[in-house]
Design a protein around this ligand. Structure first.
Ligand SMILES: [Zn+2]
Ligand SMILES: [Zn+2]
Ligand SMILES: [Zn+2]
Length: 270
């Protein structure tokens, strides 16, 4: 927890813009860093880059961008700020990545601006892995830069749009990280044994984006503590739609994993 910058807060309050709209029309967008050559020349004026975070959060209008640089700037300055502000009012559990969004939330949801001591800035640990969320993609990136290049590639070259983006895919990809996957497979096997199931179809798992915010962060920062197994059981539990009632045996084409992890899982498994 770091010292709160009151001057910055006042500036932010003057500049509340909780509802991002279409950013691609910004004529100042070719700022100092300018448009990348690869951002131009195809697709004419059609915005191809959409904010994956706004989409996941269920924004009424997902911002789209013509320039990769504008898209990247938005995702960074709105969603990957490296800081967060939990709402402290009335037992609320919402968390924001910008102080102005917290203030706007307090005003609209709780009917008043937060007091000075109700604004607590929390640093997010550095993220060591980022996952792609496009269906059928299993990509993990070790840095924000490579992640952005990768995700932008789908949007630019494959014209992938928000209907192809899955929060669940992002989470499942994070579970494929080599430090996590062997334990994840073990946990899935135990889950099946304890429920008398032959196998577990992970495509039937579904996580709520807001409910699992901290969990996703732990998977990106590798801050799940000493007991990875217990952590992954919780991940599985939260992703199970009816939390243990679902019949996973209706997917006979899935490979059986009771023999423990195999050294080279087939692409697309799990
Ligand atoms: Zn956004
Ligand atoms: Zn709140
Ligand atoms: Zn991808």
């Amino acid at each position: 927890m770091s010292q709160f910058n009151w001057q910055q807060y006042l500036m932010d309050v003057d500049d509340i813009d909780p509802t991002p709209v279409l950013f691609g029309t910004d004529t100042n967008s070719a700022g100092p860093r300018g448009a990348q050559p690869d951002d131009r020349g195809t697709g004419l004026n059609k915005p191809r880059f959409f904010c994956t975070y706004c989409y996941e959060l269920g924004a009424r209008r997902v911002p789209t961008f013509r320039q990769k640089s504008d898209w990247k700037r938005h995702e960074k300055s709105f969603h990957e700020t490296g800081l967060e502000w939990p709402c402290q009012l009335n037992g609320c559990v919402e968390v924001f990545t910008r102080v102005r969004d917290l203030v706007a939330h307090c005003q609209s949801r709780h009917g008043r601006a937060p007091h000075r001591d109700e604004i607590v800035e929390m640093p997010v640990p550095p993220k060591c892995v980022f996952a792609c969320g496009f269906v059928n993609c299993r990509n993990l990136s070790a840095s924000w830069e490579t992640r952005c290049d990768h995700v932008a590639m789908h949007m630019r070259n494959e014209h992938a749009n928000s209907s192809d983006w899955r929060y669940n895919r992002k989470l499942l990809n994070l579970l494929k990280h080599c430090d996590i996957n062997p334990t994840w497979r073990k946990v899935k096997a135990h889950w099946c044994i304890s429920r008398g199931l032959e196998s577990l179809d992970t495509s039937q798992l579904a996580w709520d984006c807001k409910e699992t915010r901290t969990m996703l962060q732990q998977l990106e920062c590798h801050t799940f503590g000493e007991n990875l197994e217990a952590f992954l059981f919780e991940v599985l539990w939260l992703g199970s739609p009816t939390q243990s009632q679902i019949d996973f045996t209706e997917q006979p084409q899935m490979p059986t994993i009771l023999d423990g992890p195999s050294p080279n899982p087939p692409p697309g498994a799990g």
